[in-house]
Write a protein that binds this ligand. Structure first.
Ligand code: CAA
Length: 259
């Protein structure tokens, strides 16, 4: 698939995926969502990839939400379909077996905040602004925002932001636990790359199982503790575990192979 709204840069297995619609503040239209879906479906099993950094083109906006210009024809049926499609894509990201980091370089509103929250971590620049302004339009977040905002910052503050449509800045997002770090805009990719490079030194099966177990905390099925027991067994059965334990005992660096 040729991407018209995504830019892809591969730096030794660390992929920077840039949503490239700066004139629309990188709003997520259906074409862009299709491209994101295609990208994550087609890279999920690529062992050469260490992780993904998701960001927005320009210096002003990460993603200013779903594309409101596509909203005029929405009704109950197509709205439900749109939300289901968004949920499927954002789950694909949340369940990605390698680290996915949102490098939030400006507005992360509506679907943009929701996409950042579906990523495993968020690194923000000082000009970042987060919010779920959907109630201003007469709708609610449709790409997982009502759930993931509670997961990240707790019910009390989440319901305030969802009801008021207030935006918060990067410092407040850091204080609330919505972002992991705040760094200068020009350091966003470097900081995100460093985190991914650290994770790339660990055993890939163990990292994939961490993603699975952390996500299981929020699902009823399977219970998170049961998921951890099974996943621990799975990692204990890998050659990488034998290598990791041997490397510790022999006082050397482990050389993991991903199996
Ligand atoms: N959809 C489509 N176009 C958008 C957009 C969006 N979400 N956000 C910004 N744009 C466009 C503007 O229409 C404008 O285009 P034109 O130059 O063609 O008019 C361009 O981007 C620049 O935007 P502004 O002139 O508005 O820039 P600003 O600096 O004055 O304001 C802003 C920036 C506060 C982010 C403002 O653009 C804004 O409020 N945007 C909408 C944010 C929003 O409501 N997002 C939620 C969408 S609903 C959603 O996401 C539902 C869901 O959960 C699935």
């Amino acid at each position: 698939m040729e991407y018209s709204n995504l830019l892809i840069h591969n730096n030794d297995g660390i992929i920077t995926l840039t949503i490239n619609r700066p004139k629309a503040l990188n709003a997520l239209n259906q074409q862009t969502l299709n491209e994101i879906k295609h990208f994550f479906e087609n890279t999920k099993n690529d062992t050469s990839i260490k992780g993904i950094i998701l960001t927005g083109a320009g210096e002003k906006s990460f993603i200013a939400g779903a594309d409101i210009k596509e909203f005029l024809s929405l009704d109950q049926g197509s709205g439900t379909q749109m939300a289901q499609n968004g949920h499927d894509i954002f789950f694909l990201i949340e369940r990605f077996p390698k680290p996915v980091i949102a490098a939030v370089n400006g507005f992360a509103l509506g679907g943009g905040c929701e996409l950042a929250m579906a990523c495993h971590m968020r690194i923000a620049s000082p000009n970042a602004k987060f919010g779920q302004p959907e109630v201003n339009l007469g709708i609610i977040p449709g790409y997982g925002g009502t759930q993931r905002l509670i997961q990240l910052i707790g019910k009390g503050k989440a319901i305030e932001l969802l009801m008021t449509a207030d935006m918060i800045n990067a410092e407040e997002a850091l204080r609330l636990g919505l972002v992991n770090h705040v760094v200068a805009q020009e350091e966003l990719i470097e900081k995100s790359s460093k985190i991914i490079a650290t994770i790339a030194t660990k055993a890939p099966v163990a990292i994939a199982k961490i993603v699975e177990c952390v996500n299981a905390y929020y699902n009823n099925e399977p219970d998170g503790f049961m998921a951890e027991i099974a996943a621990f067994g799975r990692t204990a059965g890998t050659a990488d575990f034998q290598e990791g334990a041997a490397a510790f005992i022999e006082k050397r660096k482990a050389n993991f192979k991903g199996a």
